[in-house]
Write a protein that binds this ligand. Sequence first.
Ligand SMILES: [Fe+2]
Ligand SMILES: [Fe+2]
Length: 210
Amino acid sequence: MKKAIETIYTESLRLTLQNQLSTMTEFLPVWEHQVRVTALAGTLARELRLDVKKVKLAAALHDLGKFTWPRELFYKPNKFLTEKDWNIIFAHPRKSVEIIEEFNGHSSYLSTGNPSVCDIILFHHEKPDGNGYYRITDLPPETVILSVADIFEACSSNRSYRVALPARVAIELAVKDFKDYLGNNVKLIKDILHTSIQSSSWKKKPSKKK
Ligand SMILES: [Fe+2]
Ligand SMILES: [Fe+2]
C-alpha cells in the first residue's frame, strides 16, 4: 500500500515535471492543502473511531484531479468561472479516482473495501441533502470527515481572491451541511478544529490557490 502511494506520488510528480518545472510551483498549494487535510482528517477519524489509515490515504490523494486543471483556474474568483470551468471543477473527484486507478489498478487496496479509499475520494464534495457535485446522499462517515477537514482547510487558508476566513467562521462552514448527519459529534469536531488552528504547523504559510 505504501508502495502504491509512492507510485502515485512519483508518477504525479513525473507528469508535472514533464509539463514544465514551473508548473510544480503552481501545484504546490494543492500538495500543501492535501498534507494539512490529511493531518486533520486523521485526527478526526481517530477521535470518531473510524478507519484512520483509510481516511488519511483518501485525504492525501483526494485532489489529485486538480493536477489536470489549466493553471488559470487556480486564480479565478468563483464569480468569473464559466460553465466550462465549473465542469472541470465538478469533475475533479472523478479525475482523482481515475488517476489512482490508472497507476494502481482497479483491484488494489485503494479501490476495494466498503467504503474504499476511492469511494471516499469520489464523494468528498457530496452533502447529505444531495446538494453535492454528484448528488449522492448515501455517504459513509469517512467521506463526511474528509469533507469537514477539506472545507475547514480551504476556508482557513488564503486564496488569490480572498484572505483566510476567521477560525470561528471556518469552523461553522466546515460543519454547516453535516450537522444532522454528525449529530452529537458536532461539538467534538468543532473542538478538534478549534485546537488544530492553534497549532503552529497549521498556521504555517497558508495556501494562496483554490
Ligand atoms: Fe476537492
Ligand atoms: Fe481538497
